[in-house]
Design a protein. Structure first.
Length: 438
């Protein structure tokens, strides 16, 4: 059976043709997802095939998403694929980060090594491919920065017009710079992410523009490749825990779907537990978790955090995320601005670095270990979602002791590393270096 679209709400469950332009079920309004038929697929055959492709120079095979294209069978004609060599991201051993969190060992899967320096590329290659398959000329998204940078690059590669909407003054400059350089029509709106998403969804329907936010089910399909590649790198050894930050909750939805599909095929024999981490000022999903997932998510009307990537109060994928988190016996934490800032500096000290939202993972792990939930000797992988250089202002302000939380509270520069100003005098510089133990 070819892939189709199916309503995520099990009480509805209606299905639709794969090439319908749908984000929500026309019948009940829930998000739709891609349903794939993997019957008859043999786990060993797949992993052998994926190993063989590592020796190939074919553009699809050198992509860390399309090497696993058998997991994305909605693509029936490979000429539709829009790829700029996404994926292939490293899985680092990070001993300093492990000891900071109180763990014996910790691995960091760094999605900031993607072509536009965030995990969004894993999903965007699939979303842009579906857009090309449908013959779309214009694509749009609202973004806290990374989705727009990624969509702008993929639209440019595919010859489509990119229209991006951003919360005015609330995105990191690295991300805005990317969107401008990749040629996207960039509209800054004086509203927050959640408000602009509602606006853009209306406009997209009215003007026939294809929406590439994570409500787009093909984005989720592409983002499954993050966990597929990570498990391939580990020879299909499932970690005890995977910990990641959550904003609009597309990524955790993709992670859960990918894990379920891998288990169904038999590539893995168990599910890891999921740790999802939000910034305390933008933590509606944490509130829902604390309420035992009963009832509906209550949006945070004015979300705040310096980790602007996850400054989201009304995450669209909360129902998918609630299902995936519960399926994986997951837990959800909310961490402070100070915890994020310090965890980020530690990831920097590993020689790795990441943007603020990504560091919520490590801050959350430290919480989980401190509370005894995660024992020190278990196998944990954290997903780092974006690159250090996405938000250089934050980095500079932290290290120079000038970083302030949205509340106005000062953030301590616990692991600060301010530059030293010296006169052009070799004796003085030599004396300073002699006295500096490093
Ligand atoms: N980390 C980073 C660096 C992000 O950019 C985002 C989301 C997340 C984590 C959260 O992922 O939304 O799937 O739960 N950024 C979006 C954007 C919203 O517009 O770039 P999520």
């Amino acid at each position: 059976m070819p892939s189709d679209l199916v309503c995520f709400n099990p009480d509805c469950g209606r299905s639709y043709p794969i090439d319908d332009v749908l984000y929500n079920c026309p019948s009940c309004g829930s998000l739709v997802e891609v349903r794939n038929d993997f019957s008859g697929v043999k786990a060993q055959d797949l992993s052998d095939l994926w190993d063989r492709r590592r020796l190939s120079r074919k553009p699809l095979d050198v992509s860390g998403v399309w090497r696993f294209r058998d997991m994305l069978p909605f693509v029936t004609d490979e000429s539709h694929v829009v790829s700029i060599r996404e994926g292939n991201t490293p899985l680092f051993d990070a001993p300093q980060a492990a000891s900071y969190a109180g763990l014996d060992a910790l691995a960091l899967k760094h999605q900031g090594y993607n072509p536009t320096a965030s995990f969004k590329d894993n999903g965007m290659t699939a979303g842009a491919t579906q857009a090309r398959k449908l013959g779309m000329r214009r694509v749009a998204c609202v973004s806290t920065g990374n989705t727009s940078a990624s969509m702008a690059a993929y639209a440019a590669a595919a010859g489509m017009q990119a229209i991006i909407f951003l919360p005015h003054g609330k995105i990191a400059y690295g991300k805005l710079a990317q969107a401008l350089e990749y040629g996207a029509r960039t509209i800054q709106v004086d509203a927050n992410f959640d408000q602009i998403l509602a606006l853009v969804r209306g406009l997209a329907d009215e003007l026939g523009i294809y929406l590439l936010n994570s409500v787009n089910p093909f984005r989720i399909e592409g983002q499954k490749s993050i966990v597929i590649e990570m498990l391939d790198q580990r020879d299909w050894r499932v970690p005890d825990w995977i910990v990641l930050p959550g904003g609009n909750l597309g990524n955790v939805s993709a992670l859960g779907k990918g894990l379920r599909e891998l288990k169904k095929i038999g590539l893995i024999d168990k599910l890891p537990r999921i740790g999802l981490v939000q910034a305390a000022g933008s933590a509606p999903f944490h509130h829902l978790y604390e309420a035992g997932f009963s009832g509906s998510l209550k949006p945070v009307v004015e979300p705040e955090t310096l980790a602007t990537a996850i400054r989201i109060g009304d995450p669209v994928s909360w129902q998918k995320a609630a299902f995936e988190v519960q399926t994986c016996e997951g837990v959800v934490a909310a961490v402070s601005e100070q915890e994020i800032a310090d965890a980020k500096a530690i990831i920097g000290r590993c020689g790795i670095g990441c943007e603020p939202a990504s560091a919520a993972s490590l801050a959350g792990i430290k919480r989980f270990v401190d509370s005894g939930l995660i024992p020190p000797d278990v196998d944990v992988v954290a997903i780092l979602t974006g690159h250090l250089l996405k938000d250089p202002d934050y980095v500079y302000h932290y290290h120079t002791g000038e970083l302030k939380a949205p509340s106005g509270d000062e953030i301590s520069s616990t692991f600060g590393n301010a530059p030293v100003v010296m006169p052009n005098d070799s004796a003085k510089i030599a004396a300073f270096l002699e006295s500096d133990s490093g």
